[in-house]
Design a protein around this ligand. Structure first.
Ligand code: GAL
Length: 332
C-alpha cells in the first residue's frame, strides 16, 4: 500500500472512531436535564453555546457558538418542536476563507442571536465579533442576514455601535416590532441598549447608557408591561452571581432588584452564565432561563442549563431542578 493511501485509511479510521465515541444511541427525550450531556437527534453532542432561540411556524431554532476545544468555528443551528429533542441543521454561519476579512478563520464569534424582520422578510443575526489574533480588543458587533431561518447567513458588516465598544450582547424585539441590541461597553464597565434600524441591520442613534456596574451576558424579557434584564458579573468563564434589573420602558431607567437565583448554588448561578430568556409559545407567564456552564479547558464540552422562571407578584425567581418538563408551567 502506498504511503498516501495508508495515511488516508488511518485518518478515516480516526475520524470514524471519534464520531462513534461522541455519538450516543438515539433516544427520545421527554424532559429537560439541566447541566447534563445533551445529544441531538443524530446522537451527537449539541454544540450551540451562548445561544438564543426563535420560534418560526411552531418550530424552535436554537443558534449558538460552535466551539472546538477553544476555537470559535461559526454558528450552529438546531431545530425542535418540543424543546427537548433537537435536530442539527448544520452551520448557519461560517468564518470566511478571505484572510483580509473581518470574519476570517481564527476570529471569535460569540453570543449569536437571530431575529426575524417582518418588513424585509429576512432573518437577521447579530453576534459579538473579535478579530483574528487581536484577543478581545476589537469589541465589535457583527451582522449577518438570510432568507431562510437555518441560513446560510451572509455577512453584512461589523462595527462598534455609535463608536461604543460592544462585547457580550443580546437582541430583543418589542411588541411593536422595534428591535434592540443590549451590549457590554467601555471595557465591560457599562451596559447599554441601542435601538436598531427598521431593517435591523444597523444601530440607530437611540443609544442609551443603562448603568455602570461591570455586568455582561445580558438576557432581556418582557412580562406584564415590565422589562426584566438578567446579567452576570465579569469573571470570564467562571460562574458568578447574577443580578436582575427591572424597567417600565425598554431603554430604561432600570432599577436593580437583587439576584433572581434561589436555593443551593444560587450565588454562582448554578455554575452557569446567563445567555437568553425564552418565552414559551402558547403559555402565559412562561419563560425559560438559559445559561452556559462553561468548561474553559474544552469549550465545546460546556453544558446547557434550561430552567423555568417562576413569576410571583411580578417578581421572577429561578431555582435549580435536576429534571423538569414543560407542564411545570401548568402546575405553578
Ligand atoms: C465571558 C463572556 C463570554 C466570553 C468569555 C471569554 O465573560 O461572557 O461570552 O467572552 O468571557 O473569557
Amino acid at each position: 500500500m502506498r504511503k498516501k493511501q495508508l495515511f488516508y485509511l488511518l485518518f478515516l479510521a480516526y475520524t470514524m472512531s471519534s464520531y462513534m465515541a461522541n455519538a450516543q444511541t438515539k433516544q427520545k427525550l421527554e424532559s429537560f436535564l439541566p447541566g447534563a450531556l445533551w445529544y441531538d437527534t443524530d446522537g451527537q453532542l449539541i454544540n450551540a453555546h451562548a445561544g438564543g432561540i426563535i420560534l418560526v411556524d411552531k418550530v424552535y431554532y436554537w443558534f449558538g457558538e460552535k466551539r472546538g476545544t477553544h476555537r470559535s468555528e461559526g454558528v450552529n443551528v438546531y431545530s425542535s418542536k418540543d424543546l427537548y429533542n433537537w435536530k442539527s441543521e448544520g452551520l448557519a454561519f461560517s468564518p470566511s476563507d478571505d484572510p483580509a476579512g473581518d470574519i476570517t478563520h481564527g476570529c471569535l464569534m460569540e453570543r449569536p442571536k437571530v431575529i426575524y424582520n417582518k418588513k424585509t422578510k429576512k432573518y437577521v443575526m447579530w453576534f459579538h465579533l473579535e478579530l483574528n489574533g487581536k484577543g478581545y480588543a476589537a469589541a465589535r458587533a457583527a451582522v449577518a442576514i438570510s432568507d431562510k431561518v437555518t441560513g446560510p447567513y451572509q455577512f453584512v458588516n461589523s462595527f462598534r455601535p455609535n463608536g461604543n465598544m460592544s462585547r457580550d450582547m443580546n437582541l430583543f424585539v418589542d411588541d411593536d416590532g422595534s428591535a434592540y441590541h443590549i451590549y457590554s461597553s467601555d471595557e465591560n464597565m457599562d451596559l447599554r441598549i441601542v435601538k436598531l434600524s427598521d431593517d435591523y441591520l444597523t444601530a440607530t442613534k437611540q443609544d442609551s447608557f443603562l448603568f455602570r456596574r461591570q455586568r455582561e451576558a445580558p438576557a432581556l424579557f418582557k412580562n406584564n408591561g415590565k422589562y426584566y434584564l438578567i446579567t452576570s458579573g465579569c469573571t470570564g468563564w467562571a460562574p458568578n452571581k447574577a443580578s436582575l434589573h427591572v424597567a417600565y420602558a425598554v431603554q430604561g431607567p432600570y432599577v436593580q432588584v437583587g439576584d433572581p437565583m434561589m436555593g443551593k448554588n444560587a450565588e454562582k448561578t448554578f455554575g452557569g452564565q446567563s445567555t437568553f430568556v425564552l418565552p414559551v409559545a402558547g403559555k402565559k407567564n412562561a419563560f425559560i432561563f438559559i445559561a452556559d456552564q462553561w468548561n474553559p479547558k474544552d469549550l465545546k464540552d460546556s453544558r446547557y442549563v434550561f430552567l423555568p422562571i417562576s413569576i410571583k407578584n411580578d417578581e421572577p425567581g429561578i431555582g435549580w431542578l435536576d429534571e423538569w418538563k414543560l407542564d411545570w408551567f401548568n402546575k405553578k
